[in-house]
Ligand binder design. Structure first.
Ligand SMILES: Nc1ncnc2c1ncn2[C@@H]1O[C@H](COP(=O)(O)OP(=O)(O)O)[C@@H](O)[C@H]1O
Ligand SMILES: [Mg+2]
Length: 318
């Protein structure tokens, strides 16, 4: 059991100045973060942002160059505590890493034994997880014969076999079809309902939005932490509308200025207007231009996709 003297009681996961270099590459820089017991926390960031490195440090799989991280009060950078960390933490790594010849059931059996679970506990957890993940009917099939989506579900079952208190998931739905992704999300919500603390890495904003209580935007440094709602509000600020006219006349720009659109960018016959600076809709903008005699040939990307907006934020905060 946990030694309560080591437990600082602040958050289930606490990092202080957590930093990791690989040679000259600074992968994670000075990340200080606190994740509450029972929280689903999303680590959101583009490729090479340091998400995997962060999760591997939290799991005690690699050390930190400096700073420290406590998971359930255990110092994951202290090799003497790593065994205990393994028991408390379940990790879904970036690569599923299954043994192709082992059946789904035997995979879980094998990992259950590594965790020294009793035979009864192993078979109970195996049946529960395979059923929950829609794999029970495939339990005797070798992992290698499973589709990518089913392999990922099996990898998730493996991460959860020992019923860990803290679950670290590295891009759990990357490249999954929508059905498989939805099963994975449901399992995350189940875990949350059971009071587990979850860190989920993703480069997909709407994924983070759907399941996370809070999200941290990581790009080597932790740029911002907030609820998905905070994040969405911040991102609305970067929505733009692009209107194409046969020709852009001064009078058209005057019409837009009258509506408050003074931060427009004109490129050839295309006008880009940041929407939040206006109190008006894209339909009103177009109507006003047309009323002023403009010949509108196109209205495009009325709103940036959330993904684009998030990349814009990353740019703005860099
Ligand atoms: N084992 C390693 N050796 C050298 N460089 C690494 C290693 N692991 C990660 N990196 C580098 O660290 C940075 C962060 O990588 P990673 O944590 O995998 O990012 P993400 O998961 O956000 O895509 C990248 O520049 C990557 O090339
Ligand atoms: Mg990664």
């Amino acid at each position: 059991m946990l030694d309560s003297t080591r437990w600082n009681g602040v958050g289930m996961i606490v990092t202080e100045g957590l930093t990791r270099r690989f040679g000259t590459v600074l992968a994670v820089d000075d990340v200080s973060l606190e994740i509450a017991d029972g929280e689903i926390f999303g680590l959101l960031g583009p490729n090479a942002a340091g998400k995997t490195t962060t999760v591997r440090m939290l799991a005690g799989l690699i050390g930190a160059s400096s700073g420290r991280a406590l998971v359930a009060g255990l110092d994951v950078t202290d090799p003497s505590q790593v065994r205990e960390v393994r028991r408390l933490v379940g990790v879904l790594p970036e690569e599923a890493g299954l043994y192709g010849d082992l059946s789904a059931a035997r995979t879980l059996e094998f990992f259950g034994r590594l965790y020294r679970m009793s035979k009864a506990a192993r078979s109970e957890r195996t049946e529960l997880l395979l059923t929950r993940l829609g794999l029970w009917g495939r339990r005797d099939d070798p992992a290698a014969t499973l589709s990518k989506g089913l392999k990922q579900r099996l990898a998730l079952a493996r991460a959860l076999i020992h019923d860990p208190q803290v679950v670290l998931l590295d891009e759990p739905t990357a490249n999954l079809d929508p059905e498989a992704a939805s099963v994975v999300r449901d399992v995350l919500l189940d875990l949350k309902a059971q009071g587990r603390t979850i860190v989920v890495n993703t480069h997909r904003l709407e994924e983070a939005e759907r399941v996370c209580d809070r999200v941290g935007i990581l790009r080597t440094r932790l740029l911002r932490v907030g609820t998905p709602h905070d994040l969405r509000t911040a991102m609305t600020k970067s929505r733009t509308i692009a209107i194409e006219l046969e020709t852009v006349r001064d009078s058209d720009l005057a019409v837009l200025r009258d509506l408050g659109a003074d931060a427009t960018v004109v490129t050839g016959n295309r006008i880009e207007i940041p929407l939040p600076s206006l109190g008006t809709s894209s339909a009103d903008l177009v109507a006003a231009l047309v009323a002023g005699g403009a010949r509108v040939t196109g209205v495009s990307a009325a709103e940036e996709s959330l993904e684009d907006a998030y990349l814009t934020i990353l740019g703005d905060l860099a």
